[in-house]
Design a protein. Structure first.
Length: 270
């Protein structure tokens, strides 16, 4: 039996609202276009990355094997048989390839032990800088530099490696240095008893957890001083010290000099 609404609908098919079709949606790319592109690329010998070579390169990043990566890149950079990611501009094509590469390097570096926040922030900065470049030579130089930078940072991180349990604690502290970090909060975040975590910290670093947090805050204070963008009172407040006197005392304990003296030793920016 016909539906009453359909039977009484006197509009032409073109005037009626669209209804879902029973036929499957068309593929984004037809097989014909895919097959044609595959044929052309093989005829022109313009293939995509050699997957085993790419895996080797990413393994070098993941394992922080900086010297071997540098040697590998000597041959890799001579290659020209990469897929085309932009038909309109070779510069855009090379930038797209580099962005793909940076994304892969970022994941490999994190898997290798680099702090995820550092890796993702470095990735953001590299891509932002990439988009400002205007020549193929500059893009190629940044692409190689990015790969080496991730490998170097993984190598450095591995030189200061700790157990997997404490690594989670260390990354949490790094990511929350600008907040209050009582031991109970750190313990809850990691899912471990604060007393046990402090003993573990002592085993791994030679410091109690409280002392380790103070040292890391001082290291961050040094980095902020070197940026020359923050005053002493700002740094004191940002890192959660009770007052500037307390900040000076803690800083001198770990750095050997006061924050003011440390800042005077930093070369002035041009």
């Amino acid at each position: 039996m016909k539906n009453a609404n359909t039977e009484n609908d006197e509009r032409t098919p073109d005037e009626r609202p669209n209804r879902p079709s029973d036929s499957p949606p068309a593929a984004f790319f037809e097989d014909r276009e895919l097959l044609l592109r595959l044929a052309q690329s093989r005829q022109d010998e313009r293939l995509h990355h050699d997957l085993p070579a790419e895996r080797k390169m990413l393994r070098y990043v993941r394992e922080g094997r900086y010297e071997e990566l540098t040697e590998f890149l000597t041959d890799w950079n001579r290659r020209e048989d990469f897929g085309i990611l932009s038909r309109s501009s070779m510069l855009r094509h090379q930038k797209n390839l580099t962005i793909c590469g940076i994304t892969l390097y970022t994941r490999a570096a994190i898997e290798g032990g680099l702090n995820a926040e550092i890796a993702f922030t470095l990735s953001d900065l590299l891509i932002q800088r990439l988009e400002e470049l205007r020549t193929l030579e500059e893009v190629n130089e940044l692409s190689t530099a990015a790969l080496r930078e991730f490998a170097r940072r993984v190598r450095d991180a591995r030189e200061h490696s700790v157990s997997g349990t404490f690594e989670a604690c260390r990354q949490y502290i790094f990511n929350h240095l600008y907040e209050e970090l009582p031991l109970a909060r750190v313990g809850r975040a990691i899912g471990l008893n604060p007393a046990y975590l402090s003993r573990l910290c002592k085993q791994e670093t030679g410091l109690s957890l409280s002392a380790y947090i103070r040292r890391e805050k001082v290291e961050e204070a040094k980095r902020l001083l070197e940026l020359q963008e923050y005053g002493l009172s700002e740094i004191c407040a940002l890192l959660g010290f009770n007052d500037q006197s307390h900040f000076t005392q803690v800083f001198k304990t770990w750095a050997g000099v006061t924050p003011g003296t440390y800042r005077k030793r930093i070369p002035k920016k041009n």
